[in-house]
Design a protein around this ligand. Structure first.
Ligand SMILES: *Cc1c(COP(=O)(O)O)cnc(C)c1O
Length: 371
């Protein structure tokens, strides 16, 4: 199993013995059967990053991060995460047999923390961490110092903290570049923007390496309640802006401070891409659509790119004949609360006997035919 190491020539140097993989990457690129045609898009594709080993693209980051740890003989992994980065690090730490210790923001959803502890990680929630800027600063400073003492580094999935590990994420772009004979428009959901930057840099890196490579456009999509990047990008400004607090309910994209935003704006613009803001309600609608019209079950953050495509169409800024790719970044199982909202109740019954069952089936079939 090669995982991200298929592209080792484009990745930071890691010896063969230290290369870790749990089968991340090489995710399917599925052509839309329903939503694309319904929107008048002949070439709409979904890149299924939800099918990575722990259910999100963060596995590409963790594979790179832990491989470097093994190579360097690092003995412990320290991180802060409330979600998918934590789960990914926890899994690859288990595989590397390194202790994984996570400082967790106050109020993070228990479901995501459970996945980390399943792999044996410690999830240590700190009062007011992630809520009060002062507490957050104190915790981050302490962690940085402690990491230095312990000859490790704090793992966060952004270029401003972990640039080498983020190169693992660039493999998404390499896979897309290999899949298309023509230029594609790629829609990417963003919190801090690390993923968007990885995709844009990945295409640039690929182009340096392959003379005949096509040009791909990278668009950045954020919930309007956490618009640190996309308005600035769309209106021609250079600088991202922090928001006082995140007002989106989309877990994973609640990043009110500026991480990789400055570089994201520059990189998307160089590619010819722009920014789109989307409402939470539209994201949930797209999540429901993906499940019921395509058979793709993603978490809300994983449906943000599709909401961005709809926004772009509404603004008239999309060439419909060009290939369009939505990154489906995380699995639906990550957020069971949303799943219980999406699960239809009309197809749910407890029946007394075989006659009741028959009646119910006939009823359901007749209803289907009437529609
Ligand atoms: C981390 C994550 C993103 C994007 O994160 P950035 O902070 O912009 O790098 C998008 N979707 C999911 C499911 C994620 O876990």
């Amino acid at each position: 199993m090669k995982g991200i190491w298929t592209y080792h020539e484009l990745l930071p140097e890691v010896e063969n013995r230290a290369r870790m993989s749990l089968g991340e990457g090489h995710t399917p690129l599925v052509k839309s059967r329903f939503i694309g045609p319904a929107l008048g898009l002949d070439n709409l594709y979904f890149k299924l990053e939800n099918l990575n080993p722990t259910g999100s693209y963060k596995d590409r980051f963790a594979a790179m991060a832990l491989s470097r740890f093994v190579q360097q003989g690092v003995k412990v992994c320290l991180a802060t995460s409330s979600g998918n980065t934590g789960a990914a690090l926890a899994a690859y730490c288990a595989a590397a047999q390194l202790p994984c210790i996570m400082a967790i923001v106050d109020g993070a959803p228990e479901g995501k923390l459970q996945q980390m502890r399943v792999y044996g990680a410690a999830t240590l929630m700190v009062k007011d961490f992630g809520r009060s800027p002062a507490v957050t600063d104190q915790v981050m400073t302490m962690l940085g110092r402690l990491a230095e003492e312990q000859q490790t580094s704090v793992q966060i999935s952004a270029y401003c903290f972990c640039p080498e590990a983020m190169e693992g994420v660039q493999t998404i772009a390499y896979e897309i570049a290999e899949a298309f004979d023509e230029g594609a428009q790629v829609f990417v959901p963003a919190g801090g923007g690390g993923l968007t930057l990885a995709v844009a840099r990945g295409f640039e890196r690929w182009k340096q390496q392959h003379e005949t490579a096509r040009h791909h456009v990278v668009h950045c999509v954020q919930p309007e309640g956490n618009d640190t990047i996309v308005s600035a990008l769309a209106s021609g400004q250079m600088h991202p802006t922090a928001v006082p607090h995140s007002e989106t309910a989309i877990s994973g994209l609640q990043v009110p401070n500026v991480l990789d935003g400055l570089e994201v704006i520059a990189a998307c613009r160089r590619s010819g891409g722009t920014g789109f803001g989307v409402q939470d309600e539209h994201v949930w609608e797209c999540q429901d659509w993906l499940a019921k019209k395509e058979g793709i079950f993603c978490e809300p953050a994983g449906a943000v790119a599709l909401a961005g495509v709809r926004r772009a169409l509404a603004e008239g800024s999309l060439a419909p004949e060009q290939p369009i790719v939505c990154l489906i970044t995380g699995h639906g199982f990550k957020d069971m609360q949303r799943a219980s909202v999406m699960a239809s109740t009309s197809g749910n019954a407890y029946l007394a006997n075989e006659a009741g069952l028959k009646n119910y089936i006939i009823q359901l079939i007749t209803k289907k035919n009437e529609r």
